[in-house]
Design a protein around this ligand. Structure first.
Ligand SMILES: NC(=O)c1ccc[n+]([C@@H]2O[C@H](COP(=O)([O-])OP(=O)(O)OC[C@H]3O[C@@H](n4cnc5c(N)ncnc54)[C@H](OP(=O)(O)O)[C@@H]3O)[C@@H](O)[C@H]2O)c1
Length: 255
C-alpha cells in the first residue's frame, strides 16, 4: 500500500530537483520544511507555494547548520514523516587537479550530511511506525564515471547505504529509497558537471521527482528514473568492465 506523508523536509530546495520536490509535495497538501543555504530563494518559493511551509536556511557542510537541521528532524511537536535528502554537489575534472577542499565538501554534503540527517530522522519514524526517506543518488553510483571520481564515489555510498538501511528497517513501517536519475537540466549540469550522455538519457526534473515520490511511497529500495536508463544500466553492466570504462571515458569529462 502506498504511504502518504503529512510533513516533508527537503534539502537543497532552493533550485533544481529540490525546488521541484517542494512544488510537487506542496501540490499534494504536504507541509514542508525547506533547507538550503540561499534563504532568500527559499522564502520566495515558500511565499509562492503558500501551504504550511517553514524555511530553514542552513549550510549542511557546517557543523552548526547540520545540527540545526538535525534538531528540526528530532522535534516531536511538528514531526517530519518524509525526509528528502536531495542537496548534493558535483563537478567533473581530473581528481589530481581538483582543490582538496572542494572534494572534501562533496563528501561532507553528499555523504556525511545525508547519513547524519537520516540518523536524526529515523528514530521518530520508527517509533511512529510510519515514514519515508528518499535519498537522491545518481545513475553514476552504479556506472563508471572517471573524471567525476569523488562524485561517483559519494553516490555509490548513497545507493548502498539506502538499499541496506531499507532492508534493516523493513518491518518498522519506514521506507528508504535511493533515487538514481540520469542527466537533467538543472544548475548542477549547467555549472561544471560536464557530460555527453545522448539526448535520450536526459529527463526533465518534473519527471524525475514524480518517479522518486512514487517510489518512496511504494517502498521501493532503488528507483532508476527511466526505462531507457534502466535498460542501459542493466545491459551496460553485462559488458566487460574494461569496455564500461571506455564508455565512461567518452561520456564524462575529458575522455
Ligand atoms: N541534475 C542532474 O543531472 C543530476 C543527476 C543525478 C543526480 N543528481 C543529484 O540531484 C541532487 C540535486 O541536484 P540538482 O541537479 O537539482 O542541482 P542544483 O540545482 O545545483 O541543486 C543543489 C541543491 O543543493 C543545495 N546545496 C548545495 N550545497 C549545499 C550546502 N553546503 N548546504 C545546503 N544545501 C546545499 C543548493 O542550494 P544552495 O546553493 O542554496 O545551498 C541546491 O538547492 C544532487 O544530489 C545531485 O547529485 C542530479
Amino acid at each position: 500500500m502506498k504511504q502518504t506523508y503529512s510533513r516533508a523536509l527537503v534539502t537543497g530546495a532552493s533550485s533544481g530537483f529540490g525546488e521541484q520536490f517542494a512544488r510537487q509535495l506542496s501540490a499534494r497538501g504536504t507541509a514542508l520544511v525547506l533547507v538550503a543555504r540561499r534563504g532568500d530563494r527559499l522564502e520566495k518559493l515558500a511565499a509562492e507555494l503558500g501551504t504550511e511551509i517553514e524555511v530553514l536556511p542552513a549550510d549542511l557542510t557546517d557543523p552548526a547548520g547540520l545540527a540545526a537541521v538535525e534538531d528540526r528532524l528530532r522535534d516531536a511537536a511538528k514531526p517530519v514523516d518524509l525526509l528528502v535528502n536531495n542537496a548534493g554537489v558535483g563537478t567533473t575534472g581530473p581528481f589530481a587537479e581538483m582543490a582538496a577542499q572542494s572534494e572534501t565538501d562533496k563528501v561532507a554534503l553528499n555523504v556525511t550530511a545525508l547519513m547524519r540527517l537520516t540518523h536524526a530522522a529515523l528514530p521518530r519514524m520508527i517509533a511512529a511506525r510510519h515514514g519515508g526517506i528518499l535519498n537522491v543518488s545518481s545513475i553514476a553510483s552504479v556506472n563508471p564515471v572517471p573524471w567525476a571520481t569523488t562524485y561517483g564515489a559519494t553516490k555509490a555510498f548513497v545507493t548502498s547505504f539506502s538499499e541496506n538501511l531499507n532492508r534493516e528497517v523493513r518491518r518498522t513501517g519506514v521506507h528508504v529509497t535511493a533515487l538514481l536519475p540520469g542527466p537533467s537540466a538543472t544548475p548542477l549540469t549547467d555549472e561544471g558537471f560536464d557530460n555527453r550522455l545522448p539526448h535520450l538519457f536526459w529527463q526533465a526534473p518534473e519527471a524525475i521527482v514524480a518517479r522518486g515520490l512514487s517510489a518512496v511511497a511504494a517502498g521501493k529500495p532503488v528507483c532508476i528514473t527511466s526505462r531507457v536508463l534502466a535498460f542501459a544500466t542493466v545491459t551496460g553492466g553485462r559488458m566487460p568492465r574494461a569496455l564500461q570504462y571506455v564508455i565512461g571515458d567518452r561520456l564524462i569529462g575529458r575522455g
